[in-house]
Design a protein around this ligand. Structure first.
Ligand code: HPA
Length: 282
């Protein structure tokens, strides 16, 4: 799929969102599978359904709501995406990253992305939270990068630097907040695969060999687009299942299991994000 969203289309989508809110969000938060309840508790929220915004990709997966919330949290204006679109739904990388392009135009400077992921690192356990310190963009390396196509020089450079895709400063902050709340965070490399089929044992061996600690089907296209525009990014994976090449006999992985474990960690993830929001300047 190579449908490329144009700057004019991004501008049109942005205009519709702007017309619906007085808030001027500087922080964006993307909530992954089963994590929508993190949007509760937002002050003075404006609620926009994704189908009301032109060119906005529809969310078709259970556990993903397709709602955009803009409101206040700990004195900051924040835009929350409850549910995202994925490449495997049949859209292009450019289409699934339109929400981040809109956030950039609205003035968002910090992006917090969450997701559900399989743990490849054998020292991880389901229910762990992992800060993403780097990623492997498997589809991107194979030619399907969300920045493919004409570059919008007004947003960022043709060849954006990716030396520190996930802010070391925000990771330190997240570790401090978690420690204060009484739990630890894993840190590792997120391997982005297109899905929707889960990985075979051979694919998991390969991803481990090349340095992956967790595997999932989202986040990286959004982060590439955000970094292109110079946003500071924090990525948090919920390890919902182990993705190891030699699972116990009879083990099968289902989306239901992913959602169940995701629900179990919501209290910790909510505490973490609220703590981070309190500390952020913006
Ligand atoms: N693989 C890919 N994506 C995922 C997984 C997994 O094991 N768990 C949650 N999202």
């Amino acid at each position: 799929m190579s449908i490329i969203v144009t700057p004019e289309q991004v501008a049109q989508a942005t205009a519709v969102v702007r017309a619906r809110t007085e808030h001027q969000p500087t922080i964006g938060l993307v909530l992954g599978s089963g994590l929508s309840s993190l949007g509760d508790g937002l002050g003075n929220p404006d609620v926009i359904h994704s189908h009301e915004i032109p060119y906005w990709p529809a969310s078709t997966v259970s556990g993903h709501k397709g709602v955009l919330l803009i409101g206040e949290l700990h004195g900051k204006h924040i835009l929350i995406l409850q549910g995202r679109s994925h490449y495997y739904e049949g859209l292009s990388m450019s289409q699934i990253t339109l929400p981040v392009r809109v956030m950039v135009r609205l003035g968002v400077r910090t992006l917090i992305v969450t997701n559900a992921a399989g743990g490849i690192n054998p020292s991880f356990s389901p229910g762990d939270l992992m800060l993403i310190k780097d990623h492997l963009n498997m589809p991107g390396m194979a030619g399907n990068n969300p920045l493919r196509g004409a570059n919008d020089d007004a947003v960022g450079p043709r060849f954006p630097d990716m030396t520190e895709p996930y802010s070391a400063r925000l990771r330190r902050l997240a570790h401090d907040v978690a420690a204060e709340l009484g739990f630890g965070l894993q840190e590792g490399v997120y391997a982005f695969v297109a899905g929707p089929s889960y990985e075979t044992p051979a694919e998991l061996r390969f991803l481990r060999l090349i340095g992956g600690d967790a595997v999932g089907m989202s986040t990286v296209p959004e982060v590439v687009v955000a970094r292109h525009a110079g946003l500071e990014v924090l990525g948090i994976s919920t390890i919902t299942n182990m993705a190891v090449p030699d699972p116990a006999p009879g083990t099968v992985l289902t989306h239901a299991e992913v959602l169940e474990t995701g629900a179990r960690v919501i209290p910790r993830l909510t505490g973490l994000i609220h703590g981070i929001m309190q500390q952020l300047l913006a």
